[in-house]
Design a protein around this ligand. Structure first.
Ligand code: GUE
Length: 307
């Protein structure tokens, strides 16, 4: 029997309707909402993501400010751009696209973002709140992985709490933007959680871990990393990988970290690439942008109070 393919586009459509309603309310209340992105250079994944965000923001009627800086920009110039966006009253959320060129520091850059506008929770304050189980914003990629899982559980009639309490979630990849948040969100659901560095594939120990997973979340950025021998027959596999691959025809398209053709026949359910986590991620980011409009207005109101 072949696995159920989890439909990320359908899930994104439903989520988008609820985000559109949030945005409508904000407009009625005259709370300013706006998304700003900062792209340094022109990495393939960043350009692709930025294009999607621009379209979605337009669709939802959210003002969108794309800032593009040359790959040679200095740390001080990048920090200045962020400071400007921090101060702009019509910008509720700021996203700095990764990766940054090697001469720039992600740690320094992310600390420059005002925590109230940090819709990806990359500032240490927001990353800390997430790790403590009291997130201000849930980072969109990891949030989308769990949103797809939750929605799929509902669709097959499994009780979410019961499922997570019985499950081992294995997260492959330990990036600050996906792997680590995915671990925190697993803990929050009271699941057993295991985190593995993708380096385990070089020591031949990857399968030993991944084969035990009830839920396998793969965010390693390595096409074809997970194959048939890495999974068991009741696994639910969430493929977070977004890797450009140029075919023999010279056309570049996206593939995930999971070898879909060999894994799909062996597991219970899995997400495709494209059409899995990706489409939900964009919508979640706009959801956080709407939530940020409220966080920012509360902050501005309280700063007007006498001290
Ligand atoms: N700070 C930061 N946060 C990010 O989340 C981030 C980033 N930087 N830098 C770039 C990467 C890349 N990325 C994508 C997410 C979804 C799709 C996506 O939705 N793709 C569609 C279509 C793919 C296709 O065109 O075939 C899909 O999966 O169905 C693409 C790319 C987010 N990234």
């Amino acid at each position: 029997m072949s696995a159920q393919v989890i439909d990320g586009r359908a899930c994104a459509r439903a989520l988008k309707a609820s985000v559109a309603a949030d945005i409508e309310l904000l407009k009625e209340e005259r709370l300013p909402i706006g998304l700003a992105t900062v792209m340094v250079g022109d990495a393939y994944g960043s350009v692709a993501y930025e294009r999607r965000l621009r379209r979605l923001a337009a669709d939802l009627g959210v003002p969108y400010l794309p800032r593009r800086l040359p790959a040679t920009v200095s740390q001080a110039e990048l920090d200045d751009t962020i400071a400007e966006l921090n101060a702009a009253p019509d910008v509720s959320g700021i996203l700095v696209l990764r990766p940054l060129p090697p001469h720039l520091s992600e740690a320094v850059t992310f600390q420059a973002i005002h925590p109230a506008k940090d819709i990806e929770a990359v500032h240490p304050q927001n990353a800390g709140l997430l790790a403590l189980g009291v997130p201000r914003y849930v980072p969109s990629t990891a949030a989308s992985a769990y949103h797809l899982l939750d929605t799929w559980l509902d669709s097959v009639g499994e009780d979410r709490a019961d499922f997570y309490h019985r499950s081992l979630i294995v997260v492959v990849g330990r990036s600050n933007n996906v792997g680590k948040p995915a671990v925190s969100l697993g803990y929050d659901r009271q699941a057993a959680v295991e985190s593995i560095d993708e380096w385990a594939s070089h020591t031949g120990t990857l399968g030993r871990h991944t084969r035990r997973a009830d839920v396998l979340i793969v965010a390693a950025g390595r096409p074809g990393l997970i194959r048939a021998e890495h999974v068991n027959d009741h696994a639910v596999v969430i493929d977070v990988g977004i890797n450009p691959r140029t075919g023999p025809d010279g056309v570049t398209h996206m593939v995930g970290d999971v070898d879909h053709a060999t894994v799909a026949p062996r597991v219970r359910a899995l997400t495709p690439v494209p059409g899995g986590v990706g489409p939900v991620t964009d919508v979640w980011l706009l959801r956080n942008t709407a939530a940020a409009a409220r966080v920012n207005s509360a902050r501005l109101l309280s700063s007007q109070e006498p001290s």
